[in-house]
Ligand binder design. Structure first.
Ligand code: FE
Ligand code: FE
Ligand code: MG
Length: 176
């Protein structure tokens, strides 16, 4: 923990422990997203699999990088990143969509759903910190840009392969 680094956030009017908890929720989401992409890339089959797999692997690596950046910020603020995988499920907002069906198109749809949830989570978090903790805001904005890019990449693939995606995100439980 950096003493003054934490103090400036408190002085700006943020409850740092609550912020650490929100960052740990996002951190848990990232690990689940990482595994969902990673294992999806292993099992994907079907007509679009050879195109989809490299994208899934790339996104998996980027989710892991997000987890790393969040862990660093949590530590700077005096918190501890979630230490046990069991807690990922408890803390996660976006959850984990098990790729029970190995058809690449189904895996693609599940990952789009995950990205849409992530965008909402990070957008909300960005507005919470944007005037009070510029370091976290900068980090969250970088991650949000990546998640928006991920959604777009997957939407482009869905269009190319004529996979129908949900038109809205009403089934997203990300506001809990
Ligand atoms: Fe991510
Ligand atoms: Fe993503
Ligand atoms: Mg990509």
């Amino acid at each position: 923990m950096g003493m003054i680094g934490r103090k400036i956030v408190t002085q700006a009017g943020l409850n740092v422990d609550e912020l650490i908890d929100l960052l740990n929720k996002a951190y848990s989401d990232e690990w689940l997203a990482y595994y969902q992409y990673w294992v999806g890339a292993q099992v994907a089959s079907g007509t679009m699999a050879s195109t989809l797999i490299p994208e899934l692997e790339e996104h998996a690596n980027e989710e892991l990088e997000h987890a790393k950046k969040l862990a660093k910020r949590i530590l700077e603020l005096g918190g501890t990143p979630v230490l046990s995988p069991e807690e990922w499920y408890q803390k996660s907002t976006c959850g984990y969509l098990t790729p029970k069906h190995d058809e690449a198109a189904v895996i693609l749809k599940q990952n789009v759903q995950g990205e849409r949830c992530a965008i909402e989570v990070y957008n909300k978090l960005l507005f919470l910190v944007k005037d009070k903790d510029l370091v976290t805001a900068h980090l969250i904005r970088q991650i949000l840009e990546d998640e928006i890019d991920h959604e777009q990449d997957l939407e482009n693939l869905a269009r190319d392969f004529q996979v129908t995606l949900p038109l809205d995100d009403k089934k997203c439980s990300c506001q809990k």
